[in-house]
Design a protein around this ligand. Structure first.
Ligand code: UFG
Length: 323
């Protein structure tokens, strides 16, 4: 297929792009490089360094078969402090993309949604029928987009798949996490393990969990990428399929820290700080729908995610610049 990957120079987009190329697809990346990296774009892939508002020009007469849409602002804390940027980029940006797709007859969309749409769930594992009650603007914007896509499928016959990511980790195919502002547990902990940071601050150890730290469902970025390839084949005209992507296993912050010490063979200096605003206690996915509708089965465990993230760090020089 001929594919436009919006946000393809970012972490997840760059891994998915590499897998798509490997699978024989023709890929063009649209990325404004606000958080992505031009050198994440693999050889043979054209980079349109432009805003999502330029999708109309890029799709015009180009015969794309599908768009994969990763281009979004995705920091929970920032979304609470600066909601306007999130509504403009995530919601208005996607509206412009959908209008351009309808105008130029692009029949399929795969959208990066998130577990943040569910907020603090009453029950785990979380299914796609769990009520969506986002607790921050990031989650609210992604939920708004999911609703917008549902309406678009009915109105225009678009075939769409929204993939709700749980905690994505690891590296694959020469690409990995290179965030200028890093907030995620595993890369911050690896910084502390390797001495790039003094220590990891655990955001509270008084949560109602067995060891007092929050529990998350970690999923390998290559498993996630494989779900995108499957979603392209599963998209049906006029239908909006929504699937959670997680391993279905929960790990506490302390369990992740243990895995990091075991995989790296190094001590992880840490201290306990206050809880982080907006953090839910437990987020674990039921990915039964992804299994049945996409034929997806995650292969990689937490230790493999840590090992791959650790190996990737040696190839990403700018990681040393962030403290
Ligand atoms: N944590 C720490 N110290 C840190 C960083 C994280 O203790 O320095 C803890 C967090 O408090 C949380 C766990 O590690 O309990 C995981 O935190 P991450 O920041 O790695 O991931 P989140 O669960 O906050 O975020 C993920 C996705 C978001 C999504 C969110 C849904 O990355 O995109 O789940 O709640 F919005």
């Amino acid at each position: 297929m001929k594919l436009l990957v919006a946000g393809g120079a970012g972490y997840i987009g760059s891994v998915v792009t590499r897998l798509l190329v490997q699978e024989g697809h023709e890929v063009v990346i649209l990325d404004d490089l606000s958080t992505g990296h031009a050198d994440s774009v693999p050889e043979g892939v054209r980079l349109e360094s432009a805003s999502i508002a330029d999708a109309d020009r890029i799709l015009d007469g180009a015969g794309f078969d599908a768009v994969l849409h990763f281009a979004a602002k995705s920091l929970v804390g920032e979304s609470v402090e600066r909601p306007s940027i999130y509504w403009h980029t995530n919601v208005v940006g996607t509206r412009l993309l959908l209008d351009a797709m309808a105008r130029h007859g692009v029949p399929r969309l795969v959208f990066s949604s998130t577990a943040a749409v569910y907020g603090e769930p009453d029950q785990v594992p979380i299914t796609e029928d769990t009520p969506c009650r986002p607790t921050n603007t990031y989650g609210a914007t992604k939920l708004a987009v999911d609703m917008m896509i549902s309406g678009e499928c009915i109105a225009t016959g678009l075939g769409a798949v929204s993939l709700r990511y749980f905690n994505v980790a690891g590296a694959a195919l020469g690409a990995g996490e290179r965030h200028a502002i890093e907030t995620h547990l595993i890369p911050i902990a690896l910084d502390a393990t390797s001495g790039l940071r003094d220590k990891l601050t655990i955001h509270g150890d008084d949560w109602p969990t067995p060891d007092g730290t929050p529990i998350r469902d970690y999923v390998h970025v290559l498993d996630l990428a494989r779900a995108h390839v499957l979603a392209l084949g599963a998209a049906q005209p006029g239908e909006h399929l929504i699937c959670n992507l997680g391993n279905g296993n929960g790990f506490s912050v302390r369990e992740v820290m243990t895995a990091i010490e075991e995989v790296t063979g190094l001590p992880l200096p840490a201290t306990v700080g206050p809880r982080r605003a907006g953090d839910p206690t437990v987020l674990v996915a039921s990915a039964d729908r992804a299994r049945s509708k996409l034929g997806w089965a995650p292969e990689f465990d937490l230790r493999r995610m840590v090992a791959d993230a650790w190996a990737f760090r040696g190839t990403a020089p700018e990681i040393g610049d962030r403290r």
